[in-house]
Structures are given as C-alpha cells and as structure tokens.
Write a protein that binds this ligand. Sequence first.
Ligand code: B1M
Length: 212
Amino acid sequence: MAILDDISIAVQAGKKKDVEALVQQALDEGVSAKDILEGGLLAAMDIIGPKFKNNEIFVPEVLVAARAMNTGTALLKPHLAAAGTGSRGKAVIGTVKGDMHDIGKNLVRMMIEGKGIEIEDLGVDVAPEVFVEYLKAHEDVTLVCFSALLTTTLPALEQSVKAIVDASLHDRVKILVGGAPVTTEYAEQIGADGYSPDAGSAAAKAAELIAS
Ligand code: B1M
C-alpha cells in the first residue's frame, strides 16, 4: 500500500510532521492501526536497524527516526486496542538502567493499557531503586514491567529483578520482562514471572499475571 511506504520513508527520514499527517491520513482512509504499525512504522525500523548496525546511518539519524516513530505510535494508541471498562489492575513499566531505547517499551505500555490495566511509565534509564521506591509508594500496583534492548543492559535487568526480591516486594508484585536480547530461558534464570517477545503477547501476559 503506497501510504504505508510513504509512512515508512517519512519515519526513516525522521520527518515527524509528515509521519503525523500520513498516519492520520491512513486512519482517515480506513487503514487499520495494526497495518499502519506493522506495514509503515515497524517496517521503517526494520530498514533502519541493519543500516545502523552496518554504520550506514548513525545515532542522530536513528534518534530523529525514533522520535518520528513515537509520534506515529502515539497517534495509533486509541486505535490499537480498545481500552477495557474499569481498571483491571495497576502496573508500572520502564526501560532498565543504562538503556535509552523506548519505542518497544512504549508499544508494550499502550497494549497493556488497552487491556484496561492502569500503567505508570517511569521512562528510560530507570535505576532498580527507582522501581523499588515507586512500588513501595504505590501499594496497589501488582505488576512491574522491565524492558531491555541491549545485551550490555541485561545485567541491569537482572539487578532490577533482584532489587524487587531483596525489597521483599515479590510476594505482592509480579515481574514481566522483555526486549530483543531477552529469552524465556534468561527470564526464568533471573527469576522473572513472565517473558513476552512482543507487545501483543506482553499485554496478554500482563493481564494473566495481574489476575493470578
Ligand atoms: Co540502539 N541498538 N543503540 N538505538 N537501536 C539496537 C537495539 C541494536 C540491535 C542495533 C544494531 O546494532 N543492530 C544494538 C544492540 C546490539 C546488542 O546489544 N545486541 C543497538 C546499539 C548497539 C545501540 C548503541 C550502543 C549504539 C551506540 O551508541 N554506538 C546505543 C545505546 C544507547 C543506550 O541505550 N544506552 C543505541 C542508541 C539508539 C538510539 C538512541 C539512537 C535509538 C533509540 C531511540 C529510542 O528508542 N527512543 C536506537 C534504535 C532506534 C535502535 C534500533 C534501530 C531500533 C530499536 C527499536 O525501537 N525497534 C535497534 C535495531 C533493531 O532493533 N533492529 C537498535 C522497534 C521496537 C518496536 O522493537 O524495541 O525490540 P523492540 O521492542 C519490541 C520487543 O523487543 C518487545 O516488544 C516490542 C514491540 O513488539 N519488547 C518487550 C520490548 N520491551 C518489552 C518488554 C516486555 C515485553 C516485550 O515486557 C515488559
């Protein structure tokens, strides 16, 4: 579909305003949010990823592309999953310490919200003690979601899980982890309660963990 290619090209070029206008146009033309996400926005990241790896493009270009991408996903938010009526529970999410990647985390947050779960977003580069302080101050939160995108921040993921356990919060709070370098085996090894490879399955897992 031409408009999806246009969205992908605009994201790659970091043209935030064009992305905004094109995503809105696609929605107005009746293209589904899922198709816009997968065929336009994520398709752009599939092109950017290898170029970044091969040093064909660099951090500044990827950063503006990521901003354009986040603008597009924010527009899709109300369409990606209908919000449930009433709260099905409370959760908190963040990207672990040392890690600045937030596109995947933002998608996971949106999909979890779509399940009717209230979720606070602590942002990126979140230290384990910040999660712990938040959970101590919010006793009705029963799920913490950690996102990690770098192999070098996997230790921070493990430390975040350990901090929850050490603070004696694990009886009340379930732990969901994910991100490109994370696997089911690694999640089990570090003591997380759940792992999901993508935003859709993360939302389903979040609902399951909150209900258990
Ligand atoms: Co970064 N980066 N980056 N980067 N970056 C990767 C991850 C990399 C694979 C690129 C590459 O070399 N091919 C590589 C990591 C290699 C590795 O560790 N094995 C890499 C690197 C090396 C780096 C730097 C070190 C580069 C440098 O400075 N030399 C640096 C590190 C900065 C830091 O964090 N401290 C860096 C910086 C950046 C930017 C800032 C420029 C930018 C991020 C901007 C932003 O996020 N606002 C960036 C980007 C955009 C990427 C790529 C191109 C795209 C990531 C992305 O958003 N993907 C990425 C290459 C790639 O992935 N192809 C790359 C789309 C997103 C929807 O997917 O994030 O995987 P993803 O999320 C998915 C799942 O993983 C899952 O669901 C999401 C949706 O389906 N998921 C969860 C994520 N969190 C979850 C949590 C869950 C469950 C599922 O439960 C709680």
